[in-house]
Design a protein around this ligand. Structure first.
Ligand code: NAD
Length: 302
């Protein structure tokens, strides 16, 4: 099958590209290389901005079977500072691609969304039908993009699956953007610096390993038409727990630096993944301990 992966040079996109290539797909990456730089030698890179008419022309020329849309302005803080830029990439850029996919009769559009669409909604486990109340422009632009996707299906029959990821971590993640606490810790360990923790470290997140996210994207080729799914573990771990596991792996005590809690930070986040397990026939395979070990081994301290 012929696949397009927007954002395929990024942290998650490049892992997906690798997985698709392993399955024998022809893979084209549309990326402007603004934050990503991982180019697989067997994938074809088209250096283009998703907002540019050239991106449409490329999809028209390629006529892919599936378009994975992962390219995004994925930095929550930047979205607060530059909401117009955030919307131009995440809303207008997505719209540009949807229009291209409609015209090129693309068989499926698979979108990378986020738990940030729920904002501060406090529930032990969030389900996909819970109300969305974003508290950042990033969350708002992602839920807006979701609505455009659903409407493109209603008006033109464009087939889609929306995947809302938890906090993705793994080898190759840089210490910025969304969900980057593990990447920040890896960076500090490698440089022999203390691990910075905002607040008391008891805030929890649903940490999901990047390979599991790639596998959910593969499952969405066959399953989950017109569905919205959590790509998560369905359980959460505190930041302090992540530190404990990393201390064990590292084999010696790493100093921790507690700082003031970040204003607007969500206390707890856990995404129920039973819908994805039932409909996508997918479930996460990598435990937090195993995922952190793999991430650590990828970037061993010098
Ligand atoms: P990333 O920054 O590593 O990857 C994004 C890629 O998109 C980069 O290669 C970048 O160069 C490219 N890109 C950005 N703007 C572009 C544009 N205008 N035109 C073309 N290419 C552009 O981020 P990531 O962590 O791999 O995230 C991938 C997707 O997953 C994003 O849509 C993000 O919102 C979503 N997501 C990530 C997480 C997480 O924990 N990392 C959680 C939820 C959702």
């Amino acid at each position: 099958m012929k696949m397009v992966v927007t954002g395929g040079a990024g942290f998650i996109g490049s892992r997906l590209v690798q997985t698709l290539l392993n399955l024998g797909s022809e893979v084209h990456v549309l990326d402007n290389l603004s934050t990503g730089s991982t180019i697989h030698p067997l994938a074809t890179l088209h250096k283009v901005d998703i907002c540019h008419p050239q991106a449409r022309e490329m999809i028209a020329a390629l006529k892919p079977d599936v378009v994975y849309h992962l390219a995004a302005q994925a930095d929550v803080q930047r979205s607060i500072q530059e909401p117009d830029f955030d919307a131009s990439v995440n809303v207008v850029g997505t719209l540009n691609l949807l229009e291209a996919c409609r015209r090129a009769n693309v068989r499926k559009f698979i979108f990378a969304s986020t738990s940030a669409v729920y904002g501060k909604l406090q529930k032990e486990k969030l389900v996909e039908t819970d109300p969305t109340q974003p508290i950042s422009y990033y969350g708002l632009s992602k839920i807006t993009a979701e609505h455009y996707i659903r409407l493109y299906h209603d008006l033109y029959g464009l087939n889609y699956t929306i995947l809302r990821y938890g906090n993705v971590y793994g080898p190759g993640q840089t210490a910025k953007g969304e969900g980057g606490v593990v990447a920040v810790f890896m960076d500090r360990i490698a440089r022999g610096m203390p691990l910075p923790i905002n607040g008391d470290g008891e805030q929890t997140r649903d940490f999901i390993f990047v390979d599991d996210v790639a596998e959910a994207n593969i499952a969405a080729i066959r399953f989950g038409d017109q569905g919205t799914f959590h790509v998560s573990t369905g359980s959460s771990a505190s930041v302090n727990r992540v530190v404990d596991v990393l201390q064990d792996i590292h084999g010696s005590q790493v100093p921790v630096l507690y700082r003031e809690a970040k204003a607007g930070d969500i206390q707890d986040s856990c995404l129920d993944n039973s819908l994805a397990e039932a409909v996508l026939s997918w479930k996460p395979a990598i435990s937090l301990e195993e995922g952190l070990l793999r991430t650590y081994q990828f970037r061993k301290p010098q």
